[in-house]
Design a protein around this ligand. Sequence first.
Ligand SMILES: Cc1ncc(C[n+]2csc(CCOP(=O)(O)OP(=O)(O)O)c2C)c(N)n1
Ligand SMILES: [Mg+2]
Length: 342
Amino acid sequence: MADDASNRSGVQLYRTMRRIRTFEERVGELFVRQETAGSMLHLSIGEEGAAVGVGAVLRDGDSFTTHHRGHGIFLARGADPNRMMAEIAGKAAGYCAGKGGSMHIADMALGHLGANAIVGGGIPAVVGAGLSYRHHRKPNVSVAFFGDGALQQGILYESMNMAALWRLPVLFVCINNQYGMGTRIDHAAASLAFDERARSFGLLGEIVDGSDVEAVRQAADSLLAAARGGRAGFLAIDCFRFYGHARMDKSPYRSAEEEAAGRARDPLARQHARLVGDGVASEEDLAAIDSAAAAEMDAAVDFAIAAERPEPAALFRDVYGPDQPPPVPLAERLDRVLGARR
Ligand SMILES: Cc1ncc(C[n+]2csc(CCOP(=O)(O)OP(=O)(O)O)c2C)c(N)n1
Ligand SMILES: [Mg+2]
């Protein structure tokens, strides 16, 4: 879906953001219905402008990694909501046959090199991907998406240095939602001029308002063009995590005023107002997009709940390398070890 003009149009940006938000609302419902495979779910509601603004200007064949809050990014790159929801439910029809879950989805066909739950953990992989593109003279870029928590991780700076030094087609995208768990960014970083940090490494560096999806798209477009030419870049997208860190977090560390101000920075509401105000779409047009997204994501929940669980025999499939002997299943090993005593 990636690089045609219609994918970049304002209405399409709105549609993708709505699909992401509705998907995540349904993930919340899946959790309440006790149908998710794990208890850790990180929703990116409020951050859709980041995922969609960058996702819309990536091309087929480009690659990316995400942090633990990556549902929206993968959807923006064309993920099938049925397979995603099934993965979150731990079902065999999921992207990783139910083994990855919410925080470890990957799909090489769509360029998703992997979500990673270790803060900063997905960043160095894009340097490797960028090196491979340069080596094989491919026109692609690789993008690392990570949270503001990774700004205080050394691996980011090792990766930024290498990408700049070797002139790799790489973009570092920090989704700054103001919080790393319960710690606000200004309690974690002495300077918030993250673009300057990047420039001091020899990268192009920018900060953009994540509540404005069109501004994110524009900033990402020019940084990606530079990255394809060997000038690596860094983009900090300023936004707000509407809800708690994970499902059980009610954000007791934030005041009601702060939450209200943050939620007023809603990328969907802003794009909605822009499209209607500019006469590009009517209220009815956008309501029709909203209902189509609701129907699509309701169907994804039904699909995930009805899907089959993986066979026990699939436990070790796709986990070990082809030249590694598969581990002996536990029951069999126990039988062997304890057999004599049974
Ligand atoms: C190296 C490491 N340290 C600590 C954690 C625990 N942890 C999980 S998420 C998180 C906060 C991450 O914040 P941020 O990077 O801003 O992403 P966000 O959750 O806001 O999207 C922390 C500290 C971890 N997963 N990995
Ligand atoms: Mg954060």
